[in-house]
Write a protein that binds this ligand. Sequence first.
Ligand code: ATP
Ligand code: MG
Length: 426
Amino acid sequence: MLFPLRLPIPEDVLEIAKTLEHAGFEAWCVGGAVRDTLLGEANSDFDIATSAVPEKVRELFRHTVPVGERFGTIAVRTRRRHHEVTTFRHDVTTDGRHAVVAFGASLDDDLARRDFTINAIAYHPLRHEWRDPFAGAQDLERRLLRAVGVAGDRFREDYLRILRGLRFAARFGFAIEDETWNAMRRNADGLRQLSAERVRDEWFKGLRTAGSIPELVRLWWESGAAAVWIPELVRQVGAGVPAATTEGSPGVSSAGRTDSLSGGIGTVTGTRASGEPRDPVLLTTLLCLVPVTVLARLRASNAEIGRAASMLAGPSEPESPAPIAVRRWLAAVGGAADDLIFLWTMRHGIPPVWATMVAEIRHRGDPLTRKSLAVNGADLQAAGIPAGPELGTLLDRLLSLVVEDPSLNTRETLLARSHTLRESRG
Ligand code: ATP
Ligand code: MG
């Protein structure tokens, strides 16, 4: 690949580079933004590598945040955003999870400790020079992911690099160079040493950015990463595989996962071009048997785990597209309705017909929750019903009535019905 004469560098990044260079230090643009810009993808999140030590960086800029000072990283705040400025460093010791780094390294030392050749290209934003000691530009052109240096050594220094590699390969649709791929597979067992949080971040980022989710899933399985961290992951997500049935498959939950999924995931969420940001919790729920277990293992937040649990708590779809069935379903699944519609769409490749009915019901404002009843607990008490658990049960029974027939949702009718319901209960 011929390097472009100039890379478009945002003004605030140039300012940072100028300040460092005027103070006598080197400042180079490195990392993902250089890679992405060379690939023609917009990314203005430029990181800067510098010969200045962290204390110097903090002296030179007015607004800084020591995001990882021990590792040499200071975030410099500009009018627009933060940019990470990291001192050239080399590794002193590594143990597969953490590195002890030393400063006083050169740009080339610094590039040599980076993970993949495509991530080890540096550009000088003022002199417009390129530094690419591992021929990363050629790999970009060949669409090839290759570790910097001896792949096995690099993965044993930090096993997270294996997962990063799977993510980049799936994101760009790059092939993985043989030696790199073999080393990933040979070292997959070392992934056990990683913290769940780092694995989750990688898994979520992978889901958000994959050019093809089926490819990401395939890579997680074939590398051995899925067996170590997410054995509940579906084996295969195939375009063209018949739609997975959502009910009645032996041994699967009511949300109906099977070992393969229909084309929806490959098409609808399969490209980042679809615009909407992907939701990793939803996708994990779609792609995993027992997603709650997976999310808990990956130490997702309680809110995220709870969200997956509520998707599985009720029926995955209404019994029929009839208004009454859809209202019953909406009342039963509550806040999980939109997530369930998304899952259905992903499994089948098209939105369900009853989604239109959901929209109509919402548009009309049909009562679906206790709160939307024309009477509340206080009204019932005023009408002579004693406070206590009976009151709650009664409200639920009134809700069932209006879900069946929304026209019953008037104060008069519900008060009258409360009395008959109590009497019939005896
Ligand atoms: P993106 O931000 O799009 O996920 P990126 O390549 O910018 O991709 P970052 O995590 O932002 O990834 O890291 C910036 C750069 O730091 C990488 O391009 C790479 O050069 C280096 N790097 C990050 N993590 C590692 C790692 N675990 N081992 C070696 N180098 C790494
Ligand atoms: Mg980045």
